[in-house]
Design a protein around this ligand. Structure first.
Ligand SMILES: *Cc1c(COP(=O)(O)O)cnc(C)c1O
Length: 231
């Protein structure tokens, strides 16, 4: 296995070059290290190598990691499908939830956040491709979800997230990244109260450079950083 530090240096360079190619400030692109299935020991290696934000997609696995020694030195985002009955485990633990895709989930997060006296940062997951991906709000219903979420004081909507269907040719994903950015721009024009849409979470190991060219502010990178996942 190559070291996380070596992989990190390569990824950072690729992020930088993609940003510059697109005429963007490389500092406007953040790396989220997707650490699902990665053991805590290797996460802490990454932490020492300078990665500071990790993304987990399963509540139970994530909570176990967050409670282990050293976890408090890392920052954590939640990127997986979130069931409403698991909301109580994520509020207060994750800096950003990338996967809010219904008003029912937004309301649950809001209620739990209010109970804990805090505000939870969230992205709305959008199903821009219309097929393949099971989760994410339909683009036609995004405006309504943003308006209703914006009215909830326990959550702060910061932007949009998408997971395009996997295709071997990463260029195929570009149109979906363009769709997400275009939707964001359209929603910004509406100036929806309580909503800011500065963040675009899009791009994974095989297509993050294309996502950056199309405006990503968070790229979610797992295998390129940690190596192939077991199982
Ligand atoms: C697993 C996962 C990633 C990272 O995928 P890689 O191809 O390993 O980079 C990104 N986003 C989400 C939502 C994931 O579940």
């Amino acid at each position: 296995m190559t070291s996380v530090a070596d992989n990190l240096a390569v990824i950072r360079q690729r992020i930088r070059e993609a940003a510059l190619r697109a005429g963007r400030d490389p500092a406007s692109v953040h790396l989220l290290a997707v650490s699902k299935t990665v053991p805590m020991e290797r996460i802490l290696d990454a932490c020492r190598a300078g990665v500071n934000v990790f993304g987990e997609n399963k509540v139970q696995e994530a909570v176990g990691k967050l409670e282990s020694p050293g976890a408090a030195d890392c920052r954590w985002h939640f990127i997986g499908h979130l069931q409403k009955n698991k909301v109580k485990y994520v509020v207060g633990r994750f800096d950003l939830i990338h996967s809010v895709d219904s008003i029912e989930l937004a309301e649950k997060l809001n209620a739990e956040s209010e109970k804990q006296g805090m505000v939870t940062n969230a992205l709305i997951q959008v199903n821009v491709s219309g097929e393949a991906s099971k989760y994410g709000v339909d683009p036609d219903h995004l405006g309504d979800l943003l308006r209703r979420s914006g009215a909830l004081s326990g959550i702060a909507v910061k932007g949009l997230m998408t997971i395009p269907p996997y295709t071997p040719d990463a260029e195929e994903a570009r149109k979906h990244f363009v769709s997400l950015r275009t939707l964001r721009d359209r929603m910004c024009e509406k100036a929806i109260p309580g909503v800011t849409l500065t963040e675009l979470s899009m791009g994974m190991s095989h297509d993050f450079e294309i996502a950056i060219e199309e405006g990503a502010t968070w790229v979610r990178v797992g295998t390129a950083l940690f190596g192939e996942r077991a199982g």
